[in-house]
Structure formats: C-alpha cells, structure tokens
Design a protein around this ligand. Sequence first.
Ligand SMILES: C[S@@+](CC[C@H](N)C(=O)[O-])C[C@H]1O[C@@H](n2cnc3c(N)ncnc32)[C@H](O)[C@@H]1O
Length: 190
Amino acid sequence: LSDTIGLRGAVSLSHHFLKDRIREGDRVVDATCGNGHDTLLLAQLVGGSGRVWAFDIQEEALQNTRRLLTERGCIDRVEIVGSGHENLDRIINTPLAGIVFNLGYLPGKNRGVTTRPDQTVSALHQAGTLLQSGGIITVCIYTGHEGGIEEGEAVEKWASSLPGDEFSAWVCRQPNRTSTAPYLLLVEKR
Ligand SMILES: C[S@@+](CC[C@H](N)C(=O)[O-])C[C@H]1O[C@@H](n2cnc3c(N)ncnc32)[C@H](O)[C@@H]1O
C-alpha cells in the first residue's frame, strides 16, 4: 500500500489517518487528484468492491491519474471526474467514508492554476454534508505560493464554524519546520 511511510509531512500524516479509517468497500473522493498519488492510496484501501471519485480541472492531471491507476491495476474502481470539486454534490449523492483535499498547484507545472479559497470552501461545505458518520476529511494546506496563506485561513475558518457536537476538527503543524511548511487539517464526523 502506497509509498508514503513515516510521518515526514502533511501528506504522509494524512495517509496515516486514511489507512486507519478507510475500509474495503468504502466510497471515497479525491477532490484534487493531480498526479494520482492520493487516488492510488484510496483505490488500494477501498479494494475492488469500493469506489473512488477523483476530481481535477486540468487535463494533464486527469491523464496522469488515469495512467498511474491503470499501471497499478486499480482503475476498475476509480471514476475520473473532469470537473471542479465545487461541483461535488452535483456529481455524488452517496455517503462518503473519506474526502481528500491536497491544495495548491500540480507539482512541477504551471503555478497559475491552483485551488481557490472560494471553491475549496464551497467543496468543503458539501463534503461535510456528504460525509458519513465516522468518516474523515483530510486537507493538506500549502502556504508557500501566492494565495496559499489566505486559502489556509479560509479553510480554518470553515473548520472553526463546524458544530462541535457533530464534528471533531484538528489542525496539525510541524513546529520544527519553517512557517510555510505544509500542514494538515483533519475533520471527523461523529
Ligand atoms: C497539489 S495538487 C494535488 C496532488 C495530488 N493529490 C497527488 O497526489 O498527486 C492540486 C491539484 O488541484 C487541482 N485543482 C485546482 N482547482 C481545482 C478544483 N476547483 N477542483 C478540483 N481540482 C482542482 C489542480 O489542478 C492540481 O492538480
């Protein structure tokens, strides 16, 4: 399962929680599939009887994800969705065990195409509604690029508005790295 080991950064920490929580047969979403690494982990965790929807707005990301999942023999359980995650609840109407956001830009590509706070927060609102009891939302947040700090603030504002009797929300930062190091926001529906 997956190449991420240890707890070196926000992505590996998110994978730790996903491995703990996602089970065979679950339905899950990768809201920003990019090069497909998170989609691959999700596809491995849900197995042949599960379902993964992988969203992205860039053709290259969709192709990269399709290629990786095909190479790794998991494409059968994955639906690649060429649409923004702000359309989440127009496309999915089933309860979800996990919803993964990995914000920012496609690594190695045009930094002009990044996730946007208004769309991210809209998608997170929808994700909170679609999440099943015991399900988790993971959000890896990058503040090193233009607009990244504002996006992190918007995501934290959304999380702080969640009713505490229904959701547990966590922010996980690394105090021994620079202030621009990626960090993880985690939400569980009780
Ligand atoms: C940091 S990358 C994701 C990395 C990916 N999870 C992986 O494992 O390789 C962020 C991705 O979000 C995508 N993105 C930007 N705005 C989006 C939106 N509104 N809906 C879905 N994806 C979006 C970008 O195209 C980019 O590929």
